[in-house]
Design a protein around this ligand. Structure first.
Ligand SMILES: [Zn+2]
Length: 99
């Protein structure tokens, strides 16, 4: 098995200049309401993602909540994000300042 690269893994999330302002405008327009589940939204989604030719026009952008965004992004990425990685367990160390 060659140590090949991920096919189609060059999908860089490049945000346009002024993205923060765009993002805020979309959130305001959509009343901070997720277009999928109607929960409080603080993310903005490319309805059609850039890799599929989606644009940064406001009609392609919608407010989305974080859980929905994560689900959608990981589905688009084609692999589960490491959202559920087990936390590394480490024995608690005493705080040096408290001794
Ligand atoms: Zn949602």
């Amino acid at each position: 098995m060659p140590n090949g690269q991920w096919a189609g893994h060059n999908r860089k999330a490049t945000m346009p200049p002024g993205w923060e302002a765009i993002r805020r405008a979309i959130l305001l327009r959509d009343n901070y309401t997720c277009y999928k589940c109607k929960a409080y939204a603080n993310h903005v989604d490319h309805v059609k993602n850039a890799a599929s030719g989606g644009s940064d026009n406001s009609e392609n952008l919608k407010a989305i909540c974080e859980p929905c965004h994560r689900v959608k992004s990981s589905a688009e990425g084609g692999r589960a994000k490491a959202a559920k990685q087990p936390k590394r367990q480490r024995p608690q160390e005493p705080h040096p300042g408290l001794i």
